[in-house]
Design a binder for this molecule. Structure first.
Ligand SMILES: [Zn+2]
Length: 287
């Protein structure tokens, strides 16, 4: 074998192996994007991309932190893939498809109810529409703060009396799913902010949700607290993690004192129960 070819052989061999195992060669590319958190229906995960990348989720641009972190949420009903597109500072594009794991949600059928318990009376419809308008407006903020990076604490501890995603079918009509986690506690129990944030809504008495407080954690991630007895903060205030923002009540349509804690990433309602450490709430059944 001529010397020239023998010298070249090891490199040729390497190129051939690399070509054959192209998935192996793409491994370095996979390292550029990773996700943490539970990839399930109602879940939210944190993506990590190289700093300076632009990120799109299902074709919509999303905010990224300076070090390349971003949020992805999976709706309760989602069964197909979410597409995450990454454009690196070099201009190179990567794409990932994420399919959430399915969950079983509790469905309850109740028949034979008097109709006025199923549909709100005509006289309050305008008020309900106005409440919804205010809530929508408060969620329009698109804030670069990333107050979610440090994770979330329980706003208070106590037994869990309602869970995300459960649904009742009353007289054959499917109601909206229950979107929050209900934590039972006596009226007046302090409610603490689960993470830092900015107060974007503080309403003393909405029709369904009574005393209602929104805290925006940045990147369109918002915590909502419902049925509050008192609200201690005003719109525009910055709150710290653990700061008391109000107290538990039974205001609005509530059957007893509890906190209903909901979370949205933009328009997607997610399950706060997936973001907290259950060992911190000894009164709750582990999930
Ligand atoms: Zn509730």
């Amino acid at each position: 074998m001529p010397d020239r070819i023998r010298r070249f052989l090891p490199f040729g061999w390497l190129a051939a192996v690399c070509l054959a195992l192209s998935s192996f060669c793409a491994f370095g590319e996979d390292e550029l994007i990773r996700f943490e958190g539970r990839q399930v229906q109602g879940g939210m995960i944190i993506g990590h991309a190289p700093a300076g990348s632009s990120v799109g989720v299902d074709g919509q641009p999303v905010l990224t932190t300076e070090d390349g972190r971003f949020l992805v949420a999976f709706p309760r009903e989602q069964t197909d893939a979410t597409t995450v597109t990454l454009t690196l500072p070099s201009g190179r594009r990567l794409e990932r498809s994420l399919v959430p794991e399915g969950r079983e949600f509790d469905i309850q059928r109740i028949d034979g109810l008097p109709q006025d318990q199923v549909t709100p009376p005509e006289s309050v419809l305008e008020r309900i529409r106005d409440d919804a308008r205010q809530a929508r407006q408060a969620r329009e903020r698109r804030d670069a703060r990333a107050d979610w990076v440090g994770g979330f604490d329980w706003p208070l501890t106590g037994p869990i009396t309602g869970v995300y995603g459960s649904q009742r079918i009353l007289n054959g009509q499917a109601r909206n799913p229950h979107w929050g986690i209900d934590i039972a506690a006596p009226t007046g129990t302090p409610v603490r902010s689960p993470a830092p944030g900015v107060v974007t809504l503080a309403h003393p008495d909405m029709y369904f949700s009574g005393g209602t407080l929104f805290i925006d954690h940045g990147h369109r991630l918002v915590s909502a607290f419902l049925h509050l007895d008192a609200i201690h903060v005003e719109v525009g205030a910055t709150v710290d993690r653990g700061e008391v923002v109000g107290t538990v009540g039974a205001t609005g349509r509530a059957t007893g004192p509890h906190l209903d804690w909901r979370m949205n990433l933009g328009d997607t309602r997610i399950d706060p129960a997936l973001l907290v450490d259950w060992s911190d709430n000894p009164d709750a059944e582990p999930r």
